[in-house]
Design a protein around this ligand. Structure first.
Ligand code: S3P
Length: 190
């Protein structure tokens, strides 16, 4: 594992990408690596609504979920610097994307559809993949959402390598981005 070349992280790091891309898994490890708190937006939405995401979709519908998602993420972006894993639809919302672009550093975790299918198939906890053909649904989401995800500041690939290898890609992306914009951010103790 290479050392952290950065003296500090100036902004919250937001992980975006489709369901099953590994936002929570990579986010937790990246937070640990950077010594920052980790927050999962979906958990925060559930806490705020006192209701599971499944139940929010079922009882109130997707528009209500999206509304809550937008409000919770706006709140989280105003909190001290942390690593934030968002749900797959969050960065597709224009206002949320603008807020993230203005206040945070976004990382898109890209993954192959076969990997997304196998990861999301392990648990039946995603309302958008219920009562439908998950492959077709994911193909549709890829078409609809990739133009938004492509606007992230950093893009990394999650494949069959270890989560630590994916975290290394995120670290390298952050170092490139931050040191190119502000060289004084290099860790002088190194
Ligand atoms: C969604 C993704 C889910 C969750 C909700 C909707 C989406 O989060 O927010 O089920 O629209 O892609 P994950 O991406 O963490 O699975």
């Amino acid at each position: 594992m290479s050392a952290n070349k950065l003296s500090h992280i100036p902004k919250t790091i937001v992980l975006v990408g489709l369901m099953g891309a590994g936002k929570t898994c990579i986010g937790k490890r990246l937070a640990q690596r950077l010594g920052l708190p980790f927050v999962d937006a979906d958990d925060e939405i559930e806490k705020a609504a006192d209701c599971s995401i499944d139940d929010i979709f079922e009882l109130y519908g997707e528009p209500a979920f999206r509304d809550g998602e937008r409000r919770v993420i706006t709140r989280l972006l105003n909190e001290p610097v942390h690593v934030l894993a968002t749900g797959g639809g969050a960065f597709v919302n224009k206002e949320t994307r603008r807020d993230i672009k203005e206040t945070a550093i976004s990382i898109w975790i890209r993954a192959d559809i076969e990997l997304l299918l196998s990861r999301t198939g392990r648990r039946a906890n995603r309302p958008l993949l219920k009562n439908t053909d998950p492959r077709k649904k994911l193909e549709t989401l890829i078409k609809e959402r990739y133009p938004a995800y492509e606007q992230a500041d950093i893009v990394i690939e999650s494949g069959h390598e270890s989560p630590d290898a994916t975290v290394e890609q995120a670290m390298a992306g952050l170092e490139d981005l931050l040191l190119s914009t502000d060289p004084s951010m290099a860790d002088s103790k190194r």
